[in-house]
Write a protein that binds this ligand. Structure first.
Ligand code: PMP
Length: 336
């Protein structure tokens, strides 16, 4: 039983399509032949090389870890002295703020605009004094994006470094990875947990100029990614083409889900470039509870300041999306 069991689980921005059974069987067959009594590769070239080829980067530019979450702490630790200004936008993936506070950084927050877009003027002004600027694009939990030209302006202007989290890049169809060749102060977080559908196996990575990657690599625990996850990640990179088709399918579903949600009275949808949709509902709490009663789990937003009227739903399979929409329609109609 998964840790958060629900018949329809649309709360963690996971990929609704599991790895195809034939591929799982291939991976399991290979797993039977590798020694489990040995440590994994210390600098896993079997994944960093094909990943580098795919992204147009040298393997020395890539640091793997057991989930991209695990890289946030070491990045902050490598760059920040206690009290150094760290710039983040708000609302954003909560782990950034939490990790920054644990590392003793001075967090400077820039609110997104009313439409949840990035405030270019404030970002350019504040990043000019920041040791580290953290940007998430597409942004979790809003699904909104920043023009890559603005990122370039920030990279040119800031005296510090920029951590760019593009966990959902595949659903946007754009990426900042090629900028690594031009800006040595850019670090990019990516993950196998979303478009690649491997959340349960925990594989993520940082892409950056080799000099930066080397310094941050010194702060990682050895053997962070286990033999099984390395093997699965490598196999997945070898059969990448089905993933691209699947990503396009999720993007189409996201667009039709957003259109359908927009048509429901009382609901306001934030345009998303990710695999989830943030929406405002007149009585968000009641809607969340009503869905939960029907075993449909989405994400309440009341732990994000200012977002208590909002809910976030992950794009599921066609069937899940249809059941979700039907339930929302019914609950909204019956709402006093
Ligand atoms: N960054 C963002 C913006 C996320 O939303 C998530 C997962 N929710 C992560 C990073 C963490 O991904 P991983 O599974 O690679 O740790």
């Amino acid at each position: 039983v998964p840790p958060q069991a629900a018949e329809i689980k649309l709360n963690q921005n996971e990929n609704p399509f599991d790895i195809p059974r034939t591929l799982k069987e291939d991976i399991l067959r290979e797993a039977l032949c590798i020694p489990w009594c040995r440590y994994p590769e210390p600098n896993p070239m079997t994944v960093r090389e094909p990943l580098g080829r795919r992204l147009g980067l040298a393997p020395e530019s890539i640091l793997l870890s057991s989930g991209s979450n695990q890289l946030i702490g070491p990045v902050f630790r490598a760059i920040l002295e206690p009290g150094d200004p760290l710039l983040i936008c708000r609302p954003v993936f909560s782990l950034f703020r939490k990790t920054a506070l644990m590392e003793g950084a001075r967090v400077v927050e820039i609110p997104l605009t009313e439409s949840f877009d990035y405030d270019a003027e404030a970002l350019l002004r504040e990043s000019a004094g920041a040791a580290l600027t953290v940007l998430c694009c597409p942004n979790n939990p809003t699904g909104t994006v920043m023009d890559l030209f603005l990122l370039e302006k920030i990279l040119k202007r800031t005296p510090g470094l920029v951590l760019w989290d593009e966990a959902y890049a595949e659903f946007w169809g754009q990426s900042a990875v090629s900028l690594i060749h031009r800006y040595s102060n850019l670090m990019i977080l990516r993950t196998f947990s979303k478009a690649l559908g491997l959340a349960g196996l925990r594989v993520g990575f940082l892409a950056a100029h080799p000099t930066i990657a080397k310094q941050i690599g010194k702060l990682l625990m050895p053997f962070d990614v286990n033999v099984f996850s390395l093997l699965a990640a490598r196999r997945l990179l070898e059969v990448g083409s089905y993933i691209d088709l699947q990503t396009r399918k999720i993007v189409r579903s996201r667009n039709s889900l957003a259109e359908a949600l927009k048509r429901i009275p009382g609901i306001r949808v934030v345009p998303s470039q990710a695999n989830f949709i943030l929406f405002r509902a007149a009585r968000a709490d009641a809607l969340f509870e009503g869905l939960k009663k029907r075993s449909i789990l989405i994400r309440p937003m009341n732990d994000y300041p200012g977002l208590s009227d909002y809910l976030r739903v992950t794009v599921g399979t066609d069937e899940e999306n249809a059941l979700f929409l039907e339930a929302v329609n019914t609950i909204q109609k019956d709402m006093p």
